[in-house]
Design a protein around this ligand. Structure first.
Ligand code: DC
Length: 220
């Protein structure tokens, strides 16, 4: 792995914990780059469904991961020049992402692409294995979580705002299923590393969570 001095803040945690919003705001405040690694797994699921590739076909899925023609620009995610930023948030791709993410070959295919986001002056990376696998030398590792009910509520609100129809009890079940899959898989499972700081946002708002991450960063 190429090492350089460019600082990385790794923010890992379960689905819908708010880490995406927090990570983006921390990146903005520090004028750092931002990596939404979950979007990459969502894009693999999106492409697989569009190309009718089964979620049991690890080799083809890892080829899709390697060949993704994607450009992240501001809030846009251009897949072959089409903005799919909102489309990939739908539950079908959340669930698909969690399935394709269990394959070691898929994860391996996305490694270099993720590390390429590390550019001066720094990077805030959000995902499940940012601190454990992709950027083990991150200067700050945060494990950001909230209880499942709170996450389901937040996800519901987020989907409604985007005009995507949702049902709260289905969302809660989906979150629990996804947590179980992300935690119990053998390849880079979701877990709080010994060197990560726990940030439980159940009773924090976004601004408080952002301030806490920035406070920790400035403490280093
Ligand atoms: O953060 P998210 O909800 O967009 O992630 C979608 C799925 O991708 C999630 O269920 C687990 C997987 N994922 C992963 O395995 N590793 C990452 N670094 C990011 C996401």
């Amino acid at each position: 792995m190429e090492m350089n001095g460019t600082p990385v803040i790794a923010i890992d945690g379960p689905s819908a914990s708010g880490k995406g919003t927090v990570a983006q705001m921390v990146a903005e405040r520090l004028r750092f780059h931002y990596l939404d690694s979950g979007a990459l797994y969502r894009l693999v699921a999106y492409t697989a469904i569009q190309s009718e590739v089964g979620f049991d076909d690890e080799t083809t899925l890892s080829g899709i991961a390697r060949d993704l023609d994607v450009v992240f620009t501001g809030a846009k995610i251009l897949l072959k020049e089409e903005d799919v930023a909102d489309a990939i948030r739908a539950e079908i791709f959340s669930n698909g992402a969690s399935k394709v993410a269990a394959y070691p070959q898929v994860r391996e295919s996305l490694l270099d692409r993720q590390r390429a986001f590390r550019q001066i002056p720094g990077l805030v990376a959000d995902g499940r294995d940012m601190g454990s696998v992709v950027f083990p030398d991150a200067v700050l590792k945060i494990f950001l979580t909230a209880d499942a009910e709170t996450r389901a509520q937040r996800r519901y609100k987020q989907l409604m705002e985007k005009g995507i129809d949702a049902n709260i009890s289905t969302l809660l079940q989906d979150i629990r299923d996804r947590d179980a899959r992300d935690i119990n898989r053998s390849a880079a499972p979701l877990q709080q590393g010994a060197d990560a700081i726990l940030l439980d946002t159940t009773s924090l708002n976004i601004a408080q969570a952002v301030d806490e991450v920035l406070r920790r960063y400035h403490e280093i």
